[in-house]
Design a protein around this ligand. Structure first.
Ligand code: HEC
Length: 108
């Protein structure tokens, strides 16, 4: 019995101490308000910004992994220089990189 308790404690403490949030929860917190949970961009913000549907192969082909990283880190502007996607500031470079395969995985 005691052994089981100790094992459970170890499991809990290792999952809490993993420092960076995983890509799925970063997506929910940082990206979904514009891109939507599913990446389709069917949100109020998404419609206002006429955001691309990230589940579409054609949209996914429009940007490289490198461009995706830059979009997250530096933000995007439209042709008139107006900010469309603002730079994401509260996650680390590693977390940004981890979001790229997540974004690719939204493609249906
Ligand atoms: C303020 C709203 C907003 C937020 C928040 C946001 N985006 Fe965007 N994102 C946009 C807009 C607008 C575009 C441009 C859409 C287009 O041109 O079709 C875009 C484009 C992109 C692109 C395509 C890049 C390119 O060069 O075309 C990727 C990848 C992307 N976003 C990922 C993310 C990720 C990952 C997050 C969260 C870390 C995020 N976005 C958060 C609005 C947002």
């Amino acid at each position: 019995m005691k052994k089981v308790k100790i094992l459970a404690l170890i499991l809990v403490s290792t999952s809490v101490s993993s420092f960076a949030a995983d890509a799925a929860s970063n997506w929910k917190e940082q990206c979904a308000k514009c891109h939507g949970d599913d990446g389709k961009g069917e949100t109020k913000m998404g419609r206002k910004l006429s955001i691309g549907d990230l589940t579409e192969a054609k949209i996914q082909e429009k940007f490289t992994d490198d461009q995706a990283f830059k979009a997250i880190k530096l933000g995007l502007t439209d042709s008139s220089g107006k900010t469309t996607m603002k730079a994401i500031e509260n996650i680390s470079d590693e977390e940004m990189k981890a979001l790229i395969p997540f974004v690719r995985g939204l493609k249906k």
